[in-house]
Design a protein around this ligand. Structure first.
Ligand SMILES: NC(=O)c1ccc[n+]([C@@H]2O[C@H](COP(=O)([O-])OP(=O)(O)OC[C@H]3O[C@@H](n4cnc5c(N)ncnc54)[C@H](O)[C@@H]3O)[C@@H](O)[C@H]2O)c1
Length: 214
């Protein structure tokens, strides 16, 4: 989508990668501090000045709290929360140096209102909301905006483990009566990245959830 809108795009991937023509694809694990620092250097080298960044990587290890292992707790925090830190840490000073830019973090309605079986995932996503709002206050001094997209239930692989019965219960709670589509979430990102479309929007949480959370 960003490419179609004329942006230069670099992205990281960990596995199952199909290269998108016209982009720079870099293999990197967000839990690896050194790798993420190298990503920042590589992107500034080519395609060049970093204007925007979207920390998006996540995992889920759902279970009811008594059955949740500390390994599953740590894995989710390492990727979803510390991964955001390790992604942003080397890039934010570069964006500040350029005195303009936009950061779009990705959270979840689960991080806003909690969810069954997600006592690890929900807090990992909730903390990213606090990080976004705090960073927005600091980054404003450098002309940089920081926002967050919080998707509801979206038709991706994430829905696969959910039984049909539970899906029907969730659908009954969504006022738009359907799950979202990936592109409906994706459109929020170029909007919040764009200095034309969203220049006075910062520190905000944009829900894309069919009014599931209001
Ligand atoms: N799908 C939904 O219903 C939904 C709902 C709310 C929020 N979200 C959020 O939207 C974002 C995208 O979710 P998605 O549904 O496309 O998930 P997805 O599982 O399809 O994509 C997540 C990506 O993160 C990558 N990843 C995982 N661990 C990594 C690591 N250590 N290093 C680098 N990459 C790693 C995976 O390889 C995968 O490509 C996530 O932040 C997710 O929390 C999704």
């Amino acid at each position: 989508m960003l490419l179609e809108l004329g942006s230069k795009v670099a992205y990281t991937y960990r596995s199952n990668h199909t290269h998108q023509l016209g982009t720079l694809a870099i293999p990197a694990d967000v839990t690896n501090k050194t790798a993420m620092a190298q990503v920042a250097e590589q992107v500034e080298n080519k395609p060049g000045t970093i204007y925007g960044i979207v920390p998006n990587a996540d995992i889920t290890k759902d279970n009811f709290f008594p059955k949740l292992t500390s390994a599953d707790w740590d894995a989710v925090m390492d990727t979803n929360l510390k991964g955001v830190y390790k992604t942003l840490k080397p890039i934010i000073p570069k964006i500040y140096d350029h005195l303009s830019g936009s950061v779009v973090c990705i959270s979840s309605t689960s991080g806003e209102q909690g969810n069954l079986g997600q006592t690890n995932y929900a807090p990992s996503k909730a903390v990213v909301i606090g990080l976004t709002k705090s960073l927005a206050r600091e980054a404003a001094m450098y002309g940089v905006r920081v926002n967050l997209v919080a998707p509801g239930f979206i038709e991706t692989d994430m829905l696969n483990p959910i039984s049909e019965k539970v899906k029907q219960r969730i659908l009954s709670e969504i006022p738009l009566s359907r799950f979202g589509k990936p592109e409906e979430v994706a459109w929020a990102v170029p909007f919040l990245l764009s200095p034309l479309a969203s220049s006075y929007i910062t520190g905000t949480v944009m829900g894309v959830n069919g009014a599931h959370h209001t």
